[in-house]
Design a protein around this ligand. Sequence first.
Ligand code: AMP
Ligand code: GLY
Length: 421
Amino acid sequence: MVGGGGREHAIGWKLHGEGAELVAAPGNPGLAQIAACRQVPVTHIEGLAELARQERVDWTFVGPEGPLAAGLVDRFRDLGLAAFGPTRAAARLEASKRFAKEVMAKAGVSTARATWHTDEPSAKAAARTLGAPVVIKATGLAAGKGVVVAGSIAEADEAIDAMLRSHIHGEAGSEILVEEFMQGEELSVFAITDGTTVLPMLPAQDHKRLLDGDQGPNTGGMGAYAPVSIGGTGLLGDAVELVFKPTLAAMRDAGTPFTGLLYAGLMLTQDGMKVVEFNCRFGDPETQALMPLLNAPLGPLLQSVARGEGLAGVAPPTWRSGAAVCTVLAAAGYPESPVTGAPIVLPPMPEGVFAFHAGTRLGNDGQLEVAGGRVLNVVGTGRNMREALARSTAAGDSVQFNGKQMRRDIGWREMARARTA
Ligand code: AMP
Ligand code: GLY
């Protein structure tokens, strides 16, 4: 397993429960309870390949986008090693927003109109043509910080200057997209694919803002829940037919078939379902909410794709009834300047509640401490959203460290729907 965040701990937990023996690089203190952790950074592809050989692993799961975009899967295949995830060329669906737009245009997949620019005057002119609100995006990977939803033309100009003149995202922002603003509710649909067959997972919803009521600054994600009822029972079928299948066909036609996990960020607008973005890997923290609900074995699906055996005839995974809520416990100062080093008191979790590690480490004295912005992901499961949220929040309250930040309203849209249903 390549990675060391909450997503990797949740998937590792699932695979371990199915009897898999795990080696994680670099892993984290949570994964260390179920896996042998080796201190190879996720960016060191040769080191990871060496590790996979030494440990004689059957196959490798890759969590984050960085190593996929850098060609980990290509290199592993060259060496005869099986790895789950897209090749470098296919990972461009996430690594280049311009490439993603071009594929969607060819595939006839509905998304916001956009133009791309390398100079400020043409970008600013495009923003004026669309009018505020307007969205400015760095085309490349910018650690989730490359998107500005500008409420005014002045704000759009500022974002354009920051990316094209001040190069705040470096090379990733040397080309930018000026994009039409879409109004609607967002959700995430993940599908495991061999390039043709699509096995969708339950829809989930991320909560990006720091504070309750979706207030405050944007973050890497403060929580997630599943399943999402908006869109009804037809939603997954629509996502498969209108988004996944045509996109995968366009990728095959281009000679760069996409295998692995395709993540569609969808917006349900008045004009129907539109793609906000693609990611080439499992989402974080949605995955943490999904894994405890997954009834079927995950390992065989991932392994078939990693080995190139294909998924034809394989049924989509089955899910437990009920709901799961993941609440992120974040460090003091997150997202601006997270304070690390605070000791963590982590009590045992009750039945049906899970504490997945994200930014934790063991200090010199063996004490668990804060190592990053998003520290722990507490997932509560229950018969319904209300129960899942109550368990997740209670678990979050039971964990202690200085300056802990957490939301108490993950899934509030779903709760509101349940009230009016
Ligand atoms: P992305 O990295 O492309 O997913 O963008 C990050 C976030 O910005 C999304 O999750 C949306 O909330 C918002 N966003 C991106 N593009 C648009 C758009 N065209 N209209 C409205 N909101 C957007
Ligand atoms: N949940 C957002 C992401 O994984 O990119």
